[in-house]
Design a protein around this ligand. Structure first.
Ligand code: ATR
Length: 264
């Protein structure tokens, strides 16, 4: 039986095992997908198990998406440019690092039928998933990306990867067409203390968080007359892309797939 893991710290909240195991069963693949909380010092050991064929694939989540890179032999172009890996696979005896968050985000946005070309996008946060979102936004030809993070230095670090970023001081709001919450604020029902009352309506408020399904950020966006969307489809599509890489087939995404993520 093949073995797959998602590794991170914390990892308890991860719904990846539920989704992957569901698809494995649906596709009659003899494999199991589990989650493993690990410490950074144990990263090399677990990754080397993929090379030894004791593990067949690994998904990587916060906070290890960048620090796994030195242990890999090859990176996809997307993983290289974002310095972010969320899927590891052994190919021709090489440990390959891929980034499926980018396609995950792009496909989720496409599903919304919201054309981002020429739009101003305001990103809140500079954590693990943000380089992937920026990469995807650049392929969508947005006109401007503004980023604001409590710790300004992390936004400055991102600007070294993507020189088209405009950094805004945390707490300020600038005109935008789309706003993306990529902070962890909202996971525990916290508010984001930003004033959106002057930005007008018909914008897109997007939250990377999907549990709770409507954060206070999204509720406020909706109250002000904007389109809102949570990160559930992005999560499903990044898993879909990883599944495709490992198993060479496309798992089905339907209402039931989305439903199983709710029954916790
Ligand atoms: P990591 O930063 O380890 O990659 P993450 O969950 O991907 O973790 O990112 C958390 C994001 O939420 C960061 O942008 C963080 O801001 P800092 O870089 O300043 O830590 C942001 N965040 C978390 N708590 C916050 C708070 N109380 N106010 C503002 N931003 C917060």
């Amino acid at each position: 039986m093949k073995k797959y893991f998602v590794i991170g710290n914390p990892i308890n909240h991860s719904l990846s095992p539920k989704l992957h195991n569901y698809w494995l069963k649906e596709n009659k693949i003899d494999a199991i997908y589990d989650k493993k909380k690990i410490e950074e010092k144990n990263l090399q050991t677990i990754i080397s198990k993929v090379k030894e064929k004791k593990i067949d694939g690994i998904n990587v989540t916060v906070p290890f998406k960048k620090v796994v890179i030195p242990f890999l032999d090859k990176l996809s172009i997307e993983a290289e440019q974002t310095q972010s890996v969320n899927t590891i696979i052994l190919k021709d005896n090489n440990l390959e690092g891929h980034n499926t968050d980018i396609t995950g985000f792009a496909k989720a946005i496409k599903k919304l039928n919201f054309n981002l070309e020429g739009k101003k996008v305001f990103i809140l946060g500079a954590g693990g998933v943000v380089p992937s979102i920026i990469f995807a936004l650049n392929t969508m030809k947005v006109s401007k990306i503004i980023i604001s993070n409590r710790t300004r230095q992390k936004a400055e670090n991102l600007k070294m990867l993507f020189n088209n970023l405009n950094i805004l001081e945390w707490g300020k709001v600038e005109d935008f067409d789309v706003i993306i919450n990529a902070t962890s604020l909202g996971l525990n029902n916290e508010e984001i203390n930003l004033d959106f009352s002057n930005i007008g309506n018909d914008k897109l408020f997007y939250d990377v968080i999907y549990n709770p399904s409507e954060t206070k950020f999204l509720r406020e966006g909706r109250r002000l007359g904007n389109k809102v969307e949570n990160g559930k489809l992005m999560f499903v599509y990044q898993a879909y892309e990883a599944f495709k890489l490992w198993h060479g087939l496309e798992p089905e995404i339907n209402e039931h797939t989305l439903k199983i993520l709710e029954d916790d």
